[in-house]
Design a binder for this molecule. Structure first.
Ligand code: GDP
Ligand code: GDP
Length: 438
């Protein structure tokens, strides 16, 4: 099951980033070998008690006039409604209830999404009670007082948030149709691919002035199998502010990828691969998803018998942290190789769930160690005792060693390659957890 997504919405200066940082704390996952992935805190992987979730800060840059504030808040709220499983609506006890708060609360209420109302800057829990009660007037439930900067009340807030995980959290478990996210920069052809695949069945929903929103999930049947397409192309915002657009597209990508089994990363054959592509692909890598690089607009490229090879090499260089990614050269315009795309999707879905028996795994390990001696440092040599696969999606292995410090990244990579040589695992990242055993 995918992790629930929690979004924070609220006026500028109510303390969204402060609260975000408090909740994210040290639990921000940093994948060291993913270059180009933004470290500004738009999203973070968080855990609290036994719950894991992805936290999103929908707040962009600060608008300077009040009418802009309202329209920006509406945009943020819409993003949260589109993508989140639970929304934290943050207000400020010092500024009190504002008109904009009321309007956004109406919008959130109508969306039927679980909303947790949180009142920030309640720095003294004794004095502020009456002021907190004022927020009942928003009609979206009990206000939960916190002081983000003092780290107070955050446990109660997270308890209220996680209550919604159990009831109406994320997708139902019984839907086992594979979920495919189509991601990529603007204009690479995401919409065209989706349209080619599902044609007129794609529904356009326009619910709020200024935003046109596509149905987020589209069921799709192909060669007798059913899939769910998670489409990031649909959301076209009218915001003129570049930073906001960029933030929205990252949020959109993160939340789509989070819910997906396989990510189809679309690259424009004519434009080639760029830094921004590395950023987007990095999101899939961090989250352990299966990845297909779909080089689109193949019809529009002048090519000879070496073009595929050259382009593949170029992309592999830019996306060096995901050597496992599969490639396919497609055209949304002509439909070329879309069947191949689905063959890859099916294969990767199997690989993501593949389990290797411990006995077989350790045979491979013994051979690998015999072929290439483990590294040593100051006379002490790495010993690998044993390994076992503990989970799938992505396949995750625990390796027991005598000393973690001796297990260099390059040796882990070597073991990974041996496992891949033996079992394939094409298209999916593998995770290794190194544990010490004396
Ligand atoms: P954002 O614009 O909603 O992301 O708000 P920020 O997180 O940037 O916070 C705005 C201001 O409110 C900053 O000066 C914070 O230090 C302050 N602030 C945040 N949380 C609290 C709090 O719990 N109490 C008080 N007194 N100030 C806070
Ligand atoms: P999105 O922003 O990623 O959803 O991209 P669109 O699907 O809107 O496509 C952007 C532009 O590329 C449009 O003008 C499409 O007609 C064009 N396009 C998309 N796919 C192909 C393709 O396979 N071949 C060619 N020649 N053009 C394409």
């Amino acid at each position: 099951m995918s992790k629930p997504i929690v979004a924070i919405v609220g006026r500028p200066n109510v303390g969204k980033s402060t609260l975000f940082n408090v909740i994210a704390g040290d639990s921000i996952a940093i994948v060291k070998d993913t270059p180009g992935v933004t470290r500004d805190r738009i999203y973070a992987d968080c855990s609290w008690l036994n719950y894991n979730f992805t936290l999103i800060d929908t707040g962009g840059i600060e608008p300077d006039s009040s009418d802009v504030i309202l329209s920006q808040m509406r945009d943020q709220a819409q993003i949260a409604i589109d993508t989140a499983d639970v929304i934290i609506f943050l207000v400020d006890v010092r500024q009190g209830l504002t008109d904009a708060d009321g309007k956004v609360a109406d919008m959130l209420r109508r969306s039927q999404k679980p909303v947790v109302l949180c009142v920030n800057k309640v720095d003294s829990f004794k004095k502020m009670e009456a002021d907190v009660y004022e927020f009942y007037n928003l009609g979206i439930g009990d206000p939960i007082p916190v002081s983000a900067s003092n780290h107070q009340g955050v446990g109660d807030l997270l308890e209220a948030v996680s209550d919604h995980f159990k009831k109406d959290g994320s997708e139902s478990d019984d839907d086992d149709r594979p979920r495919i996210a189509i991601v990529g920069r603007p204009n690479v052809g995401k919409s065209s691919i989706v349209n080619r695949l599902v044609g007129e069945k794609r529904v356009i929903v326009s619910d709020i002035a200024g935003t046109t929103r596509d149905a987020i999930d589209t069921p799709l049947k192909r060669n007798g199998r059913e899939y769910i397409l998670i489409d990031t192309a649909g959301l076209r915002r009218k915001s003129k502010i570049h930073e906001d657009l960029e933030r929205y597209s990252i949020i959109r990508t993160v939340t789509a990828v989070e819910r997906a089994d396989v990510v189809v990363m679309v690259i424009d054959a004519a434009e080639g691969v760029a830094e921004q592509d590395a950023k987007i692909a990095g999101i899939a890598h961090e989250r352990g998803k299966g990845v297909i690089i779909a080089v689109n607009k193949w019809d529009a490229v002048e090519k000879d018998d070496k073009t595929i090879y050259k382009m593949t090499e170029k992309i592999k260089q830019t996306l060096a942290y995901m050597p496992y990614a599969e490639f396919v050269f497609i055209s949304a315009k002509t439909g070329q190789r879309l069947d191949k795309l689905f063959e890859l999707i099916d294969m990767i879905i199997e690989n993501q769930s593949m389990r290797i028996a411990t006995g077989v795994l350790n045979e491979i390990l013994a051979e690998a160690v015999a072929m290439q001696q483990p590294p040593s440092d100051k006379g002490r040599r790495l010993k690998i005792f044993y390994m076992t696969q503990i989970s799938v999606k992505p396949p995750t292995f625990v390796v027991f060693v005598n000393d973690k410090k001796l297990m260099h990244y390059s040796y882990t990579r070597y073991i990974e390659n041996q496992i891949r040589n033996a079992f394939g695992f094409r298209g999916t990242p593998l995770r290794f957890i190194i544990r010490e055993r004396k």
